[in-house]
Design a binder for this molecule. Structure first.
Ligand code: S3P
Length: 172
């Protein structure tokens, strides 16, 4: 395994349940660079979970924090950066990510996403009467925006995390 020097941060974007965190962590270990996760950084800074931040301070406040954290992380040493599913939607975030990094859309289909998120209660946006329909609505709205990413990699179809990490490497 040859050591890798990144010149730009690799930013994973895509829906909740696409595997951004798990694939990002695996990829970082494969190529021997640091892994960061914007949601995790937001939680650490606030000392609260994402769900608690949404509940106490609201989504607009969370989005502000998200932009600040992404800006800060993009200023550091190039690494693998996983973002929350909404991070690529704001134009300002997209501009920062595109300028300082290489964006990769982890694209999984709706059934795969639903299977991965349905048993968890960590996503405030899915705390609705019909979370599957909510997820479908979010997915439909966001696909055109995620497709603005520099690259896309299909996630799902039974690929292991190791295979997914290598798939991203091949896409780069
Ligand atoms: C969100 C996705 C979540 C988290 C927050 C909002 C979204 O991250 O940032 O709940 O808008 O899609 P994951 O994509 O890691 O679940």
């Amino acid at each position: 395994n040859n050591p890798v020097t990144l010149h730009k941060t690799i930013v994973l974007v895509g829906m909740m349940g696409a595997g951004k965190t798990a694939v990002g962590r695996t990829l970082a270990a494969q190529i021997g660079v640091d892994f960061l996760d914007s949601d995790h950084e937001i939680e650490e800074a606030a000392n609260m979970s994402i769900a608690e931040i949404f509940e106490r301070d609201g989504e607009p406040f969370f989005r502000q924090k998200e932009t600040q954290v992404i800006e800060r992380l993009l200023e550091g040493t190039p690494c693998i950066l996983s973002t929350g599913g909404g991070a690529f939607l704001a134009e300002r975030n997209r501009e920062m990510i595109t300028e300082k990094g290489v964006s990769i859309w982890l694209n999984a289909d709706l059934e795969v996403l639903w299977e991965r998120v349905r048993h968890k209660d960590t996503r405030p946006l899915l705390r609705t009467a019909d979370p599957k329909a909510t997820l479908a609505g979010i997915y439909e709205k966001r696909v055109p925006i995620y497709s603005l990413a520099d690259l896309s990699v299909v996630s799902g179809g039974g690929a292991s995390l190791d295979e997914m990490g290598r798939k991203v490497q091949r896409a780069l």
